[in-house]
Design a protein around this ligand. Structure first.
Ligand SMILES: *Cc1c(COP(=O)(O)O)cnc(C)c1O
Length: 365
């Protein structure tokens, strides 16, 4: 049996009618940018996240850039980011002209270790960008304490954690502002690129909306040197069709994760954990293994699709020569040992069993 790393087919088959209806509605309206679909999805997603505002934009990277720009963060400023994340988190800081300061993760959760954050704060620090990596919320209470003590903004990169909760509250409403991606592979995915910011701060929301629309607060009136990054009507309509299914899709992922965690028994394979007070939405199911590359070859040969998140740590990427000298052993350790198992809505029980059995059969390098 082959098991792809990810497939959108099961969900698309179930939602074929509502997705087609969404397309027809947009075509019928003949209105494609900044219209009722966008407004309706923004309202629905803000309600879902428990925030007052949601501003759609073109993608997750832009969502993070807009937040930083709206806070006036730029050259000379520092932003604390995790050393273990997708590069977009760090690129957002660089795009604004600010400097990313990388902080190591907690090896149990893979999220930024709050006990290391305080030592990274300098007089130039303006914000902490917490990432809810792999679908598990970062330790936001501990980060809030540090942010408040130093007058820092606390920003969520929630691109991997739509619907995950921290002490009963959903991501998107856990910090001062949050950036989401609706890249197709995310837990809530568009049929193309899309993103959004959520926040309870009305002034910030207004600045972000203007910044993403040529810096314009009303037509042909430009108060900022903005950019063009908007959520189009078609993607908003598709997202609105999928949002009511998000909790059910996340629950499905949790059931797959529960089987992986209870049925994978291999002394060389470290399984992921769920932190107290958190619900995980398993955007990624990350295992770690000393002989990761051999495990990858073994699973690939068995027809199991796998991936690495992420094979090269940010400070070792060609894009960041200025960070190359940093010593970040945990980020390096995770990059060298992490392997992501198949995880998507609609995997069959037989496919889940095939993954479990293939991992349990692994005999080492
Ligand atoms: C996907 C992702 C982003 C960027 O989202 P795009 O929509 O691809 O621009 C940012 N941060 C994290 C953690 C992500 O996984």
């Amino acid at each position: 049996m082959t098991v792809p790393f990810v497939s959108f087919r099961p969900l698309e088959a179930e939602l074929n009618a509502p997705l087609r209806a969404a397309f027809d509605r947009v075509l019928q309206n003949s209105w494609y940018i900044e219209g009722q679909e966008d407004a309706a999805f923004e309202r629905a997603f803000a309600d879902y996240c428990g925030t007052d505002f949601c501003i759609g934009c073109g993608n997750g990277l832009d969502a993070l850039v807009l937040i930083l720009k709206a806070y006036g963060i730029g050259p000379g400023d520092e932003v604390i980011v995790p050393s273990n994340t997708f590069i977009a988190t760090v690129l957002a800081v660089s795009y604004c002209g600010a400097s990313p300061v990388l902080v190591e993760p907690d090896i149990a959760t893979y999220n930024i270790d709050p006990t290391l954050v305080e030592a990274a704060v300098t007089p130039r620090t303006k914000a902490i960008m917490a990432v809810h990596l792999y679908g598990q919320p970062a330790d936001m209470d501990a980060l809030r304490t540090i942010a408040d003590a130093h007058g820092l903004r606390l920003i969520e990169d929630a691109a991997q954690a739509h619907g995950a909760t921290y002490h009963g509250k959903r991501t998107g409403g856990l910090g001062d502002a949050a950036g989401f991606s609706f890249y197709p592979g995310k837990n809530l995915g568009a049929l193309g690129d899309a993103g959004a910011v959520t926040t309870n701060d009305g002034d910030l929301a207004a600045r972000i909306r203007a910044l993403g629309n040529y810096g314009s607060d009303r037509k042909y009136h430009h108060i900022y040197k903005g950019q063009n990054t908007r959520l189009d009507e078609l993607q908003a309509a598709f997202l609105a069709a999928k949002l009511p299914e998000l909790d059910r899709m996340n629950e499905f992922r949790r059931e797959v994760a529960a089987r992986y965690r209870s049925e994978i028994h291999h002394p060389g394979v470290i399984l992921p954990t769920v932190a107290p007070g958190c619900t995980h939405v398993w955007h990624i199911f990350p295992v770690r293994c000393r002989q990761r590359d051999a495990l990858e070859r073994h699973l690939t040969a068995a027809g199991i699709g796998v991936n690495k998140h992420y094979p090269t740590p940010i400070h070792k990427q060609g894009a960041y020569p200025e960070l190359a000298g940093l010593s970040l052993p945990l980020a390096e350790e995770i990059s060298a040992t992490e392997l992501s198992l198949p995880m998507y809505y609609g995997m069959t029980p037989e496919q889940v069993s095939a993954v479990i059995e293939a991992v349990n059969r692994f005999t080492g390098a």
